[in-house]
Design a protein around this ligand. Structure first.
Ligand code: MN
Length: 753
């Protein structure tokens, strides 16, 4: 066994540095027992002795590297664990020196041996030319498999990588490229998943710095310049926040910083924007001192204080306090508009939450004696990963691709009324929730209550929401549901039910027709039948039966057609087909007194509902809420909910015939299509030049070559709106055009086809 080097004999100038690095490492470990500290010292001596003749590229003694890896593990990742420190100190000895696994086992026991074995296996991946990705995938697979054995393997590996990256300056370009890409591909996402945000950010920044030095320099210089320019603005912003928080009796500190160079760079890439147009490049963090049982309350109090001070962007509120991320991250993020109209991201959390966020797994997750993690969510996640990796049908690359889909925690947890937790993918709606519970619940849904508020089915769920579905006893499935549901399960169920429902209606129509066929003297084999289809302008018998079954064809009209035919008269095809919603109101059995809307738009106590923005031509109804008569579209989901709950307060309503002459109404038209040059200009030309309509606003989002635009336009009537929709639909590269209710959240979902 090596002993502490004799200072008299050993005059190596580095020795002082080594010993001081060692002191630096053990100082924070004072809480450990004497025996533990002795074992750590033994490991240090063994490593020093084993690496004695080796030097790093910089010329330093090699031992400084494992010492620094151990320090990162303890100080930066917060893992104050004897076995962890021992293994960090010895992580390179089996691979690079004479020491064998058996020696480790003899001196430090089984646990340490297993961890070092895991670390050695990970690094022993063969060099393969041009097979970078699959080789990395193999490495990744090895790392992931070791997580299930002992998570400390991964933490030490990350600390090792971090130190290697920090000291990478003088490396060959070839190996540099391999290391940087491996870091971005494997280690940074892994650090993220383990909640080590600081490490993740640094790994990404360093990789970017080495792989793209010119761009890195350019962006960091711009950030520096911006810092100088906006320092005063941020200072004032923070000063006012501090002032208000203090007035409200909160204890806190405020930290502010610019986002990392790499995250700014990826945002530029993703949004295809130059640096100058990236606005939210600094983030302010409020860290509250709080009693354990008041943490949530204090965070939300801080939120309400600062959002009274500056205008928040409600779409950018991220609540990881009600339900933390899978990796344990808790925080409240909001984006506020400061005085100069600049957006600033503000993160609110308590000291405990901040500690977890900075140090992740090590600070938060408790270990059992055997190194297994005691955390349900993480254990569940590791279980899922193990399943993927052990699937014999996937090769390493596919397994990693699968893994990466599972890597970024995008799941949202919501509660059922009975308090059961339901996991849904990010961007799911309450209807996805309904289908996740049961197909029947989805099929018969008409709305939902989210935290006791009644909301339409396309409302997106947010973490911690309590969701209750409102059902009727009839199947309600609509084709348009397919446009907003997010989960494959909901989509499949809706399609299946739609097919079944259609079949039912066709059969009903067929039965009705056969019943009448005797009176008509005409069945579907009669020569008149084809002419009947032509008359109604329908492509085939099935569509005819469908229309008949859904009461969209008047049976008396069939009789009239046959009579005229018999008289030998020439009959032109019908110009327009009956309105498909013609019967909604009657079937509700509403008050026969008819409210006429629109003669004068300022009729006392009549208000147009802002949830569905009815316009002349829409079928409408009134709802007496005690103070006003709200006018809704008959198809509005809120109105349907109102009808089913408060039928007696519903008043039949219609538009005055002159309503269209006087007033304009706001509608929202959603357009989706290929993101080709000129498409937007063409759309705006049609709206404002050809149709001479006024626009209130336009929102455009594009992603992956597709765009989605929302045009808020003033029209006089539904006819005018339909004409606009027709005109837009005729444009090249446009996939869908349709009216949307303006109460919807317009955040654009990722366009995937
Ligand atoms: Mn190493």
């Amino acid at each position: 066994m090596a002993i502490f080097p004799d200072k008299d004999k050993d005059k190596d100038p580095y020795d002082q540095e080594i010993l001081s690095a060692y002191k630096h490492l053990v100082r924070p470990l004072r809480r450990l027992s004497k025996a533990d500290r002795r074992t750590i010292r033994k490991a240090f001596e063994m490593a020093w002795k084993a690496h004695e003749t080796q030097k790093r590229k910089s010329g330093e003694p090699y031992i400084l590297h494992p010492l620094e890896v151990a320090r990162i593990l303890v100080v930066e990742m917060g893992l104050e664990d004897t076995t962890g420190v021992i293994c960090a100190l010895l992580h390179d000895v089996v691979e690079d020196t004479e020491i064998e696994l058996a020696d480790i086992k003899r001196e430090f026991g089984n646990k340490a041996m297993n961890i070092i074995d895991g670390l050695t296996k990970i690094s022993a991946s063969p060099e393969l030319d041009g097979e970078m990705v699959s080789q990395q995938a193999e490495t990744f697979r090895k790392i992931l498999l070791t997580i299930s054995n002992d998570v400390r393997v991964v933490l030490i590996k990350l600390a090792d990588r971090l130190h290697n990256m920090r000291t990478m300056g003088a490396m060959r370009e070839e190996s540099m490229r391999k290391i940087t890409s491996e870091t971005l591909y494997i280690y940074a996402p892994l650090a993220h998943r383990l909640g080590l945000y600081e490490s993740k950010t640094e790994l990404e920044d360093l990789s970017f710095k080495f792989s793209n030095p010119t761009l890195y320099k350019e962006i960091s210089e711009k950030v520096e310049a911006k810092k100088e320019r906006s320092q005063k603005y941020i200072d004032i912003f923070i000063q006012e926040i501090k002032q208000r928080l203090k007035e409200n009796g909160l204890k806190f500190i405020v930290k502010s910083r610019f986002k990392s160079i790499y995250s700014i760079y990826t945002k530029m890439q993703r949004k295809k924007l130059p640096f100058e147009e990236i606005y939210d490049i600094y983030a302010v963090r409020i860290i509250l001192t709080s009693k354990p049982d008041q943490e949530r309350e204090n965070c939300w109090r801080a939120y309400s204080v600062i959002s009274n001070l500056y205008r928040p962007n409600p779409k950018r509120l991220r609540d990881w306090i009600t339900v933390p991320k899978e990796n344990g991250y808790e925080s409240l993020h909001t984006t506020l508009m400061g005085d100069e109209g600049k957006w600033v991201e503000v993160q609110i959390r308590t000291e405990r939450m901040d500690d977890i966020a900075e140090k992740g797994i090590a600070a938060h997750w408790k270990y059992k004696d055997n190194g297994e993690v005691q955390d349900e969510l993480l254990t569940e996640w590791i279980g899922r990963i193990r399943e993927i990796l052990q699937n014999p049908d996937l090769n390493a690359l596919e397994a990693v691709t699968e893994f990466q889909a599972n890597l970024v925690p995008q799941d949202v947890f919501v509660y059922t009324p009975r308090g059961e937790l339901v996991r849904l993918p990010f961007n799911s709606t309450v209807l996805d929730f309904a289908y996740k519970i049961h197909t029947n619940i989805g099929d018969t849904a008409i709305g939902a209550k989210v935290n006791t508020q009644v909301v339409p089915l396309n409302t997106k769920v947010r973490p911690g929401d309590q969701v209750e579905i409102i059902n009727t006893n009839k199947v309600q499935v609509k084709e348009e549901w397919l446009r907003f549901v997010h989960t494959p399960r909901a989509k499949d169920s809706i399609r299946t039910t739609l097919r079944k429902e259609k079949k039912k209606i066709v059969n009903k129509g067929k039965a009705a027709f056969h019943w009448k066929a005797r009176t008509y003297g005409v069945d579907e084999h009669h020569p008149y039948f084809q002419e009947l289809l032509t008359y109604f302008m329908l492509p085939d018998a099935e569509t005819f039966f469908y229309r008949l079954g859904s009461h969209n064809i008047d049976t008396e009209e069939i009789q009239r057609f046959i009579d005229l035919k018999r008289e030998g008269k020439e009959i032109k095809p019908k110009e327009s087909l009956p309105n498909s919603n013609g019967h909604a109101l009657e079937s509700m059995g509403v008050d026969p007194d008819m409210l006429v809307v629109g003669e004068k738009m300022n009729i006392d106590n009549t208000v147009l509902s802002s949830c569905c923005n009815p316009i002349p031509g829409d079928e409408i109804l009134g709802y007496d809420d005690g103070r006003h008569i709200q006018i809704h579209r008959a198809t509005c989901k809120n109105a349907i909910q109102l009808m089913s709950s408060f039928g007696s307060r519903i008043i039949k309503a219609n538009w005055h015939s002159h309503a269209t002459d006087s007033v304009e109404f706001l509608v929202a038209i959603q357009v989706r299509g290929l993101d080709k040059k000129g498409v937007l200009i063409e759309i705006i030309r049609i709206i404002s030049q050809r149709m001479k309509l006024n626009m209130r606003g336009v929102t455009i989002e594009s992603e992956g070559g597709m765009f989605e635009g929302l045009f808020k336009v003033f029209v006089c009537s539904s006819q005018e709106m339909n004409k606009l929709i027709d005109n837009l639909a005729k444009l090249d590269h446009i996939y869908t055009v349709g009216r949307v209710d303006t109460h919807q959240d317009y955040t654009v979902q990722p366009l995937k086809n």
